[in-house]
Write a protein that binds this ligand. Structure first.
Ligand SMILES: Cc1cc2nc3c(=O)[nH]c(=O)nc-3n(C[C@H](O)[C@H](O)[C@H](O)COP(=O)(O)OP(=O)(O)OC[C@H]3O[C@@H](n4cnc5c(N)ncnc54)[C@H](O)[C@@H]3O)c2cc1C
Length: 482
């Protein structure tokens, strides 16, 4: 598509134009909140679909669409839910009020805080039922949580690993409670997670509100939601959306900003919201602006530097010939496969009986395959595995804990690793996260990696986009009254 063609259009009297580069959640959120300000907005997205890292892919082999990796939002993701409500996409998410831990013997332990006790006391009955922990460890866990709530700022930049050891949390507790919760929320191991970031997730997610711990999962592929529904709502709100528009560079001249596209075209705007991943943002900025906006980043991202800026997440997609678990999700304890999900979609793949009696995926058939997704966060800390090795590990884990999976046959599997799933939550990178407002009039940043107070999540992306929308209005106002 030419960068001039766009869906939607603006009918506003303020002629100053704002461009958003990047149609992930940060860019979509910036577009939505900017559309309310009355400034004409054009959103440029490099790929053919909106949604960025929260996206789906079509498994051509079997003709169905699934998410590259299962995304969950916790009940405490308030701005993400507000965005979903305003854009009328909340009905496409399903709430899980009980968390299911499955221990190494396959026993299921339900974690369901009280509806009657006030937070944080609402956790008492839920923790009491975690029988995979010894009774003394359940008390230690409650003591640990209460200390974390009251943790002082001097502890904030210790690592969670150090803090848990200093606060009497046993190895079993660390392995069976703190690690599964924090590794999936932050995509990193405890020795790299600072207390301040873990505290954000645990205090806001588990301790301070009744519903903060609840999981919300999409009931249809993410691309249907963020590319389909959100795109339509934004176009109706007057946002011009241009897909397939790869920005190769940005130039500043006086108070205006020129976007240079891979197609060779150029377009000039009064304001830019740069809502691309951090490595791309640095590359797109003119060299003379880089150091002011990304102070400390450039040398750390140098190929010869061993600082690790990103965390990896691996999604393992499994289609079996029969149902393996009846739970909507499971947190597997003491296994490489950390979470198993049973999404609503991806299930309608027909199974055909072959002449030799063995079943296979087909185009028609009386039965359907059963689709599950395994998530392994912080996979950059694991030994490098081949696709076959990942599949073997995942199938063995599922069979080991779910009796109904023992006879199941894997019909098809796919492994997707996102090496730069999120910015590292380590102290080094957290301290570098830049604010949305830059020192330059008309240039603001958005992205889950900018300073939002939240780790790299959909919540952080939405918050950053909203803050960027406010920042660009403010920045343009400083340049010339609106
Ligand atoms: C495997 C995986 C699992 C995850 N699980 C969860 C989860 O369970 N819960 C959760 O909350 N979060 C999760 N996340 C994180 C979440 O996906 C991100 O925090 C969020 O989607 C980031 O949004 P963003 O807009 O900041 O960035 P992105 O989604 O990366 O968006 C940036 C956009 O910019 C576009 N772009 C890049 N370069 C250019 C260019 N030159 N020109 C034009 N456009 C460009 C990209 O195509 C992209 O669409 C997960 C991420 C991954 C990868």
């Amino acid at each position: 598509m030419s960068t001039g063609e766009a869906t939607g259009g603006n009918t506003n009297r303020d002629t100053r134009r704002v461009a958003i580069v990047g149609g992930g959640l940060a860019g979509l959120s910036a577009a939505w909140y900017l559309s309310k300000s009355g400034l004409p907005v054009t959103l440029f997205e490099a790929s053919s679909r909106l949604g960025g890292r929260a996206r789906s892919f079509e498994e051509r082999h079997i003709g169905c669409e699934v998410d590259t990796c299962q995304h969950i939002a916790l009940g405490c993701c308030t701005q993400f839910f507000e965005f979903c409500r305003e854009l009328q996409i909340l009905p496409y998410f399903e709430r899980h009020q009980t968390l299911y831990f499955v221990d190494t013997t396959g026993q299921i332990h339900r974690f369901c805080p009280s509806r009657w006790l006030f937070p944080p006391l609402h956790l008492l009955p839920a923790v009491a039922k975690l029988r995979f922990l010894r009774p003394a460890d359940r008390w230690r866990l409650l003591r640990g949580m209460s200390r974390l709530w009251r943790a002082s700022t001097k502890d904030f930049w210790s690592t969670m690993g150090e803090w848990l050891r200093a606060n009497g949390q046993t190895a079993a507790l660390v392995e069976h409670f703190w690690t599964p919760i924090l590794i999936s929320a932050l995509s990193e191991t405890l020795e790299y997670i600072p207390v301040v970031i873990a505290r954000k997730v645990l205090v806001e997610g588990l301790l301070s509100t009744r519903d903060g711990y609840q999981l919300w999962t999409p009931t249809r592929p993410l691309s249907h939601i963020f590319d389909g529904e959100v795109s339509t709502r934004l176009a109706t709100a007057g946002v011009a959306i241009v897909k397939g528009a790869v920005v190769k560079g940005i130039r500043q001249k006086d108070t205006s900003w020129t976007l240079c596209f891979a197609s060779g075209e150029e377009q000039t705007f009064d304001g830019i919201v740069l809502a691309v991943p951090w490595r791309t943002a640095i590359r797109l900025l003119p060299p003379q602006l880089r150091e002011s906006v990304f102070s400390g980043w450039v040398e750390r991202l140098h190929p010869l530097s061993d600082a690790q800026d990103a965390c990896a997440i691996t999604g393992i997609h499994l289609w079996f010939d029969r149902p393996c678990l009846s739970l909507p999700h499971a947190i597997l304890l003491g296994r490489h496969s950390q979470w198993v999900f049973r999404p609503h979609f991806g299930q309608k793949v027909p199974v055909q009986e072959a002449p030799d009696g063995r079943s296979a995926l087909g185009v028609t058939g009386d039965r359907h395959a059963c689709y599950y997704q395994i998530v392994v966060s912080a996979s950059h800390r694991m030994p490098r595995l081949t696709v076959d090795e990942w599949l073997k590990v995942a199938v063995e884990d599922v069979k080991a804990v779910f009796p109904s999976a023992r006879e199941a046959r894997l019909l098809h599997g796919r492994v997707v690793t996102e090496p730069a799933a999120v910015l590292s939550p380590s102290e080094e990178w957290q301290r570098l996260r830049p604010p949305q407002m830059t020192p330059f009039v008309g240039l603001v940043l958005a992205g889950d990696w900018t300073a939002t107070g939240w780790p790299g999540t959909m919540e952080s992306a939405v918050r950053s986009g909203r803050a960027a929308a406010q920042a660009i209005v403010q920045s343009l106002r400083q340049g010339r009254p609106l």
